[in-house]
Ligand binder design. Structure first.
Ligand SMILES: [Zn+2]
Length: 168
């Protein structure tokens, strides 16, 4: 596997950098960690803003990340991608990566906490502003619209009640 190093990153805290040129398609790192159920993961990380859970297969099993792969940051214009093979998860080069470049992949987060916008600061031209996958972005947008509508309806009901009281 190519040589890599963890050091401070402009994207977020610490990042993972290539020390040498990495050819396209190379397997760089394995996303290692304990395999636990999704429910166990939710319990373990309840209330914590940052988690390193990685859903595999149908998402019922998650990897509780432990190791260098945890330090690979998200980018909306990544140079790596995730390759899942037989329950194991690898980070592979999406294109040729120059020595010194920070490794990134698209987290495509899902199942986020309501209050967590998972803001992205990758700085790429096509940054979508969040680390959620497009489907999750759409789901959250719909949920927010629904919540707004509920508030609107509640206000409407109050209004009607007041009107009824005012005109006995
Ligand atoms: Zn971004």
């Amino acid at each position: 596997m190519p040589r890599i190093v963890i050091r401070s990153s402009d994207i977020h805290a610490a990042g993972c950098f290539a020390l040498t040129e990495v050819p396209k398609g190379s397997r760089i790192l394995e996303y290692t960690g304990e395999r636990i159920s999704k429910a166990e993961g939710d319990t373990r990380y309840d209330g914590r803003l940052f988690t390193y859970l990685f859903g595999i297969g149908d998402g019922e099993v998650v990897i509780d990340g432990h190791g260098m792969a945890m330090f690979v940051n998200h980018s909306c214009d990544p140079n790596c991608e995730i390759e899942e093979t037989k329950g194991r998860v690898y980070i592979e080069a999406l294109r040729e990566i120059a020595a010194g470049e920070e490794l990134t992949y698209d987290y495509s987060l899902y199942d986020g906490a309501d209050e967590d916008p998972a803001i992205c600061s990758c700085g790429s031209e096509n940054c979508r502003g969040t680390m959620y996958c497009p489907e999750e972005v759409e789901k959250r947008r719909r949920a927010a619209a629904k919540a707004k509508k509920r508030v609107g309806l509640a206000a409407g009901n109050n209004g009607n009640r007041r009107t009824a009281l005012g005109n006995p």
